[in-house]
Design a protein around this ligand. Structure first.
Ligand SMILES: [Zn+2]
Length: 220
């Protein structure tokens, strides 16, 4: 199957899963931050710019539909992996004087999560995922939508990740504009005034793509 066809199927699957999440509002009460999760990543926010003093982090997927499963050493689904990463980003951001709040889609869907983000009024928003295809593709990409400074924000985040992962050539998959109806488009087009992007740092189903020891992002 080609990648385009798979993207379409994944989009449809995510629409279905998002609908399922909204049919289970009780899931929103089931969120807890597990302190016992492994902490393999450490996050450093270097040279923090004054432009980001309030950062929203959205954990991709939900406990009910947790996304792609990563092979070793990740050995868990996107939702659980990125739950712990979100907490590390929050801790690091807080230690650098940046207000950071984590948002979930459980029980309220993508729209519900972004409504909560919008009412918190952050300077920037990032949704955490990792990619999966056929177990043989590697690379880093960042999705962004049509509004405001999101392209600039996506560019900064992508650049930080390609430095971290030492990507070059086709492994730097670049930033990608996504409209509603395309995979990730619903996520990145909810915030009209707030720069927002969705990251796919690596392919979790490719065994040589290991989660990094550090995610060093320059929030400028
Ligand atoms: Zn995902």
């Amino acid at each position: 199957m080609d990648e385009k066809k798979l993207l379409k199927l994944l989009h449809d699957a995510e629409e279905y899963e998002d609908a399922l999440d909204m049919l289970h509002p009780e899931d929103a009460l089931d969120i807890h931050h597990s302190k016992s999760m492994l902490s393999r990543d450490t996050v450093q926010l270097e040279s923090l710019g004054s432009s980001v003093s309030k950062l929203a982090v959205v954990v991709g997927h939900t406990k009910r539909s947790p996304g792609a499963h990563g092979v070793e050493p990740i050995s868990m689904h996107e939702y659980f992996w990125n739950n712990q990463l979100a907490q590390q980003i929050q801790n690091t951001a807080n230690s650098q004087g940046v207000d950071c709040k984590i948002f979930f889609r459980d029980g309220i869907g993508i729209l519900g999560a972004y409504r909560n983000v919008a009412s918190w009024l952050p300077n920037a928003c990032i949704e955490l995922h990792f990619n999966a295809y056929n177990g043989r593709v590697k690379g880093t990409e960042t999705l962004y939508g049509l509004y405001g400074e999101s392209k600039k924000w996506a560019d900064a985040v992508q650049n930080a990740m390609i430095t971290l992962y030492e990507r070059s050539g086709t492994n730097d998959r670049g930033i990608k504009l996504r409209k509603i109806g395309e995979r990730g488009g619903k996520n990145v087009n909810q915030l009209k005034e707030i720069p927002s992007c969705l990251i796919e740092p690596f392919f979790g189903d490719e065994s040589s793509e290991q989660a990094p020891d550090s995610l060093s992002v320059k929030w400028t």
